[in-house]
Design a protein around this ligand. Structure first.
Ligand code: ATP
Length: 216
């Protein structure tokens, strides 16, 4: 996957993007994990590892969204920054793959469009889509949901919230009270986020002065 940008000499050169199809050869069961990841945290990573183990997945593809259709009203950190945090967090974990296609696609990041593309690129793969239970009540309103549900198996990541249950969906259960919202708020008020995020993510948040003084 490469598209063109202009080099300092003015000549077009390919820009490297990360796409799952570049790095997956013959996967059979692929987990897809979409989100804002603002920032990625240990809750995401621990649940992804649990999903690999419990669902027998070959890989998990992390898909940072450009604009989450579910969070259109908020003001997220630039997509390229969130993408870099995800990339840094996954660097030493071969089973976890960053796919940044959604941040280069115009408009909201609709999951159905991503899955359609991945199905074409990875024929024969079976897809499991991981969603936090907080998204479950609105799942049926996702863009082209009836088509999407035939393309993936949804598996619900339990958050230990008030939501009554996962209905007919399989679940990956672990009560981890970690959220990106809390992490942004802690940074904004000067509290430590050590142990909530990987060390490299912590370092990048400090270096890039993310979440400083914002109204979180
Ligand atoms: P925010 O606090 O900004 O809403 P978040 O921590 O929920 O962010 P997202 O990027 O929205 O992070 O998460 C991606 C997906 O992971 C979502 O489906 C979300 O519900 C799920 N998720 C995030 N944190 C947890 C957690 N601690 N336990 C279970 N699921 C989680």
């Amino acid at each position: 996957m490469a598209d063109l940008e202009t080099s300092s000499e003015g000549a077009p050169r390919p820009r490297q993007t990360n796409s799952a199809s570049d790095r997956l050869s013959k996967p059979s069961r692929v987990g897809l994990y979409g989100g804002t990841f603002d920032p990625i945290h240990h809750g995401h990573l621990i649940l992804a590892r649990d999903a690999v183990e419990q669902l027998g997945l070959d890989r998990i593809v992390f898909l940072p969204a450009a604009i989450s259709p579910h969070k259109l009203a908020s003001n997220p950190t630039p997509a390229s920054v969130r993408r870099d945090l995800v990339g840094a967090a996954l660097k030493d974990e071969p089973g976890f793959i960053l796919d940044d296609r959604e941040i280069y696609r115009a408009g909201p990041s609709y999951t159905v469009e991503t899955v359609e593309a991945l199905k074409t690129e990875l024929p024969g793969a079976r897809f499991v889509y991981l969603i936090g239970e907080d998204h479950l009540p609105k799942l049926a309103t996702w863009h082209r949901f009836e088509e999407l549900r035939l393309m993936v198996e949804f598996v619900v990541l339990g958050r230990g919230s008030a939501f009554a249950g996962a209905g007919s969906f399989r679940t990956v259960e672990r009560r981890l009270d970690i959220s990106a919202t809390e992490i942004r708020a802690r940074v904004a008020r000067g509290a430590s986020i050590r142990y909530l995020v990987p060390d490299i993510v912590h370092q990048l948040i400090l270096e890039n002065h993310l979440y400083q003084g914002a109204p979180y």
